[in-house]
Design a protein around this ligand. Structure first.
Ligand code: CTP
Length: 396
């Protein structure tokens, strides 16, 4: 069945991107009707919007006086989703306070459909306490958000405030139009990346984990509807949309954050946790001395996975990862038993998987091992999310 959106175009320089959004939505079979606010018409014309959407572009209450036209209540309800892009500070403020002073704000108040906002404004306006208060109110009212992104802005400032790109907005639209996913109502926890264990204020013990697989899993779980918390060591990746990100540095911080996130239905621990940390990290930078290199006394880090397996609030489905270079299945099965988790996703890292975009994994469960072909890390994540939803269905 084809889907439709009501697009409210606010008055911001980013409004030109909404034209691109209409075009891309059409390519994906999504029909768009549009309302342009008065300020919005300073940036895009009703003519270009109607030419792209194939429908009249509505501009204010007076464009609806003709009885043959769609009333504002109907306009806000025939669509499956209302999208506000750009969502200016003014539009957010009106919506947060229930004002109905023009066609756009009236439609937002009258709709019974989900609402997605793509904010776009100057960084100071975005950071202002009033806007942040409105954002919190709108989120509490169930409004969904995509962006804003951080970057250089038209006003020559830098920071959060740039509207999300049309492709990102479209992805968010498609997610919302798809309705609740198979994991809606499920709470998920994912760990990712390396941990850094300080030796002194400037040096640390670390490893080469990129975090890509864990981030992809968090995104796939969130896309499937799970309320997902991602606890991440230091990585160079953008936080996935719709995921609660908690950034940590050390194994002890990661363990504390994991325990604080319980209870969850499923936990997927992909992090490459450092096995050891310095017994007593130096408070000041270690200096070279005539007596040669310092000797480092190390102590073992807690095993977070094994800890969760024995926790009073043990996740219903507990999944560990195992990077192995040989005897992948045997070592994976042994690790599953030793750590007390339900599944081990064992990956063969002998071919150098770190930092790459593909992965070859074996899912080891109580029933045996399933070997998956070489897949992109995104595809591994999607497949794992499907596998998880099936397993949780059985438990429920
Ligand atoms: N893990 C953990 N806490 C640790 C070490 C590992 O939670 N301190 C988790 C990892 O996130 C992963 C799984 O345990 O899900 C297996 O990690 P791996 O490093 O392969 O396990 P080790 O116990 O370190 O095994 P090995 O002896 O092969 O290094």
């Amino acid at each position: 069945m084809s889907k439709s959106i009501l697009l409210i175009i606010g008055g911001g320089i980013a409004a030109y991107k909404s034209l691109e959004l209409i075009r891309r939505a059409k390519e994906r079979g999504i029909d768009t009707r549009a309302i342009i606010t008065k300020a919005g018409t300073e940036f895009v014309t009703p003519l270009s919007v109607s030419a792209l959407s194939g429908h009249k572009a509505y501009t204010d209450m007076f464009s609806l006086v003709d009885e043959t036209e769609m009333g504002h209540i109907q306009l806000s309800r025939v669509a499956d989703l209302v999208v506000v892009a750009p969502a200016t500070a003014n539009l957010m403020a009106k919506a947060a306070n229930g004002l109905a002073s023009d066609l756009a704000s009236t439609s937002l108040l009258a709709t019974d459909k989900p609402v997605l906002m793509a904010p776009a404004m100057n960084v100071r306006m975005w950071n202002h306490a009033a806007t942040q208060r409105n954002l919190a109110t709108l989120k509490a009212d169930g409004v969904h958000f995509v962006g804003p992104n951080e970057g250089a802005m038209a006003c020559n400032e830098f920071g959060p405030g740039r509207m999300a790109e049309p492709q990102e907005i479209l992805e968010a639209i498609e997610r919302l139009l798809a309705g609740p996913g198979p994991l809606s109502g499920v709470k998920a926890l994912v760990t990712a990346g390396p941990t850094h264990e300080p030796l002194d204020p400037v040096r640390f013990l670390g490893n080469r984990s990129s975090g890509k697989q864990g981030y992809a899993i968090a995104r796939a779980l969130a896309e499937a509807g799970a309320e997902t918390t991602l606890i991440s060591g230091p990585v160079a990746l953008a936080p996935p949309q719709g995921v609660r990100l908690i950034e940590v540095e050390t194994a002890l911080e990661m363990q504390a954050a994991c325990e604080a996130a319980l209870p969850v239905d499923v936990a997927v621990l992909t992090a490459a946790v450092a096995d050891w940390r310095a017994q007593s990290p130096a408070n000041s930078k270690l200096k070279k001395s005539d007596s040669g290199p310092p000797s480092l006394a190390l102590t073992e880090n807690p095993d977070i996975l094994a800890g969760l397996a024995n926790h009073a609030k043990r996740p219903t489905l507990l999944i560990g990862f195992a990077a192995e270079t040989e005897n992948v299945l045997a070592y994976g099965a042994e690790k599953r038993a030793r750590k007390g988790c339900d599944w081990i996703v064992a990956n063969d890292v002998s071919t150098g998987v770190f930092g790459t975009d593909h992965n070859t994994v074996h899912v080891i469960t109580a029933q045996g091992a399933e070997s998956w072909p070489e897949l992109s890390k995104d595809a591994v994540a999607t497949r794992l999310a499907v596998r998880i939803s099936k397993a949780l269905e059985k438990v429920a």
